[in-house]
Design a protein around this ligand. Sequence first.
Ligand SMILES: *[C@@H]1O[C@H](CO)[C@@H](O)[C@H](O)[C@H]1NC(C)=O
Ligand SMILES: *[C@@H]1O[C@H](CO)[C@@H](O)[C@H](O)[C@H]1NC(C)=O
Ligand SMILES: *[C@@H]1O[C@H](CO)[C@@H](O)[C@H](O)[C@H]1NC(C)=O
Length: 519
Amino acid sequence: MKVLSVVLICTILSACHGYRILGVFPFNGKSHFMMFEHLMKSLARKGHQVDVISTFPLKKPYPNYNDMIVLPAERQFMNNLTYVEIDTMFRDSVVSVVATLAGNLVCEHLNNPQIQELIKNPPKDPSYDVIIMEVFGAHCFAILGDILKVPVIGASSAVLYPWIYDFIGNPENFAFVPSNLLSYSQNMNFWERMHNFLSIVSSKWQFSSLSSEQTDIVRKYISSDAPDIRQLEKKMSMIFVNSHISINGIKDMTPAYIEVGGLHVQEEGVELPASLEKWMNESTHGFVYFSFGSMVKIESFPIKHINIFYNSLGKISPVRVLMKIAKSNELPPGLPKNVHVLPWIPQVKVLKHKNVKAFITHGGLMGTQEAIHYGVPMIGMPLFADQFINIANYMRHNIAIELELETLTEEKMDNALNAILNDPKYRNTAQKLSQKFRDRPLSAEDTAVYWTEYIIRHGENALRSPAMNLTWWQIELLDVYAFFLIAALAVLYLIATAIPFVYNLATNPDSGSLKKKVS
Ligand SMILES: *[C@@H]1O[C@H](CO)[C@@H](O)[C@H](O)[C@H]1NC(C)=O
Ligand SMILES: *[C@@H]1O[C@H](CO)[C@@H](O)[C@H](O)[C@H]1NC(C)=O
Ligand SMILES: *[C@@H]1O[C@H](CO)[C@@H](O)[C@H](O)[C@H]1NC(C)=O
């Protein structure tokens, strides 16, 4: 209430002036932008003026939120990712997709005329106080911090990728924090720890070599004496990360690593069509919600899979199914009667509904966090990227059952549906995890707003770790160990040479004495 009245007074009287914040989110990933949109709206609600560069202009105007530059999308992914494309797109490793398609290619936007105009004539009335940008593949945009002379804050819509730790000097916990490109738990055996270590080191190396051309891109479009991309990455004063201890576990975090997991789970502005609400209300035996997210088209899956879906889902009647299908005319015939298909679904409203029994998902972080927030158990069919570790993690929490698409059979799907609908274990643990996920000193939104203002008030170095001034081998104390080792070896050597000498002296008292020569 207090916050609300402050905001009201601010907006009505324009008495307290907020800060001016530039949001830079040029990568065309809808699910990523969900977090950034809510982050920027949270700041706008607190009375700050936010200007956003993205490929996703708001559908409805929002107070204090300005879609300053709308970039052309290099490719439309929304409702446009088929089964075959998933296969070809991720035939290369995830790291190379992130570094090139979501990295170097996105950096070409630095040449966009509107961005060039912003660089040449940055606004002065008022000028910016801080930049918030995505950390993922395209970190070339950190150059804007140099140009506008303001701190840069990073935001990651995923659990932190291995190559981002260095940006803020976060300790790497190879022994008990699995890379989010693998599917290990936090309790790894010897071989898993070795694999985890090698995987993290190699993905960092791969990202670094593939993205090094961003230095040239910045120098080509901005200034020939611009810093190296590795230095630009280290401009980040702080990083907001979409993770939370209740789901992602305990790890070492420098204060610049700020967890805001589930920030995007917001109902504000999400409209629930009356017809859908009526359908959910009338699903008195409950319903299962089935969606593969904003990009993937279930209707493009091989007929083999579609038939399994149809047969299994038909059998759970009178429990109903709500399925997100962008183009229902592309669905093969034979959809069971208990399945209701819609091209777009207000997901938070559906997952919040009292009749929803389970969520069949591809394991995308955004949607699964929404399910956790509302305590809905899941059946996961991971397709790409971090979806495998997400589902593996939720299985360990006992809130999900995994179905591998490659080996999917009707029987396996029947069993999974049967277990998730009838074994109370899944629902109970999902409800408990929901409480733990939401139990925080400050909401994700208020956390993000607080720390953004903190950096503006106290400057870009306020949370900078001294580890940033050291090399990796200094942080690991390898130089100190090496010194001890050499010192120990030297002592051993001295002892080893001294022993025969002393022994000689003892057995042959005359040897080495000058007397002999004289006499
Ligand atoms: C959808 O994806 C195809 C590639 O499969 C691409 O050629 C097409 O341009 C995309 N559609 C849009 C609207 O971008
Ligand atoms: C659905 O049920 C809720 C709560 O029982 C009720 O408030 C709402 O009006 C119902 N909506 C429709 C469209 O029937
Ligand atoms: C890094 O070293 C410089 C020079 O000694 C010092 O001014 C700076 O404060 C150090 N940075 C941190 C984060 O400690």
